[in-house]
Design a protein around this ligand. Sequence first.
Ligand code: 9Z3
Length: 317
Amino acid sequence: MDSIALHDVIESFFDSAPPLKDAAKITDNLKKFIESISPVSGEGKGRRVVCVTSGGTTVPLEQRCVRYIDNFSSGNRGAASTEYFIKAGYAVIFLYRRGTCQPYCRSLPDDPLLECFEFADELDVQVRKPYSEAVKGTIRNHHAAVSSGLLLKLPFTTIFEYLQMLRIIAISMRSLGPQAMFYLAAAVSDFYVPWKSMAEHKIQSASGPLDMRLMQVPKMLSVLRTEWTPMAFCISFKLETDSKILLEKASTALKKYKMHSVVANELLTRKEEVTVVTTDQNILVQRDKTRVDSDVEDPLVELLVDKHSTYIKESST
Ligand code: 9Z3
């Protein structure tokens, strides 16, 4: 598809999508967040800002949605990476799927409210001993990140919300020039039902087998790079279950969407290792296996921060 045709397909995707609720409020929050960390007078020397996307998008099958197609992602990659970016001095816009893993909560049990607390007496609640340190750490770190204005969390559920929000974020980050980074770890639907051809009410099972045509979601990565934020440093992810095709697919994505790096990962080993694919080399990044609680996101974010520094230097010369 040539760039004019792609442009038209993208415009028609946005025109036909259900309008994003709270679009004005989201735009305003982003404006305030970005202004507070990178004042206009800072001449681009302000803090670096990364948009981390996390979790999977859904594709509704009915406008009054009862059923949907989901995309696999626990949100662990995005949540862990957010923590390491903040540690490295970045401000983070965390665009996440509602209900998925959150930064600083990763060491808490699945049902933290019920498992971490108990009644101290008839009226008061206290933290149960085994969770005391984890709960304190979560509250302390999360509070520090939010109150210092370094973490803005924006939730999405559907593919329509995700892409509209990504566009608003990208346009808001344009003024940051090369200080801006995109770290696109969300698992984005490849196919969708256009809003206008979607059934309004719950599809009836009595009507027999369901025949449904899914359209291809237009790839927004190239417009993100070329139009929305042309100066930003962009990292996308490639997930495959077949290791034989993984690096080839990542390398194709790198060229096709003009990404600065593509992080290639395989479903089963994604928490142990990833490969950062760039134009001149493939770098294997592994979790520190000598520590039980180490994360592969720790060396991964370190490497990408380093590459971002080089990119900023090169952009200013
Ligand atoms: C990833 O590859 C992420 O690393 C994972 C993280 C989703 C595997 P978890 O959230 O898993 O920690 O459970 N994300 C990108 C997946 C994706 O949809 N990539 C597209 C593709 O592969 C390109 S945008 O075609």
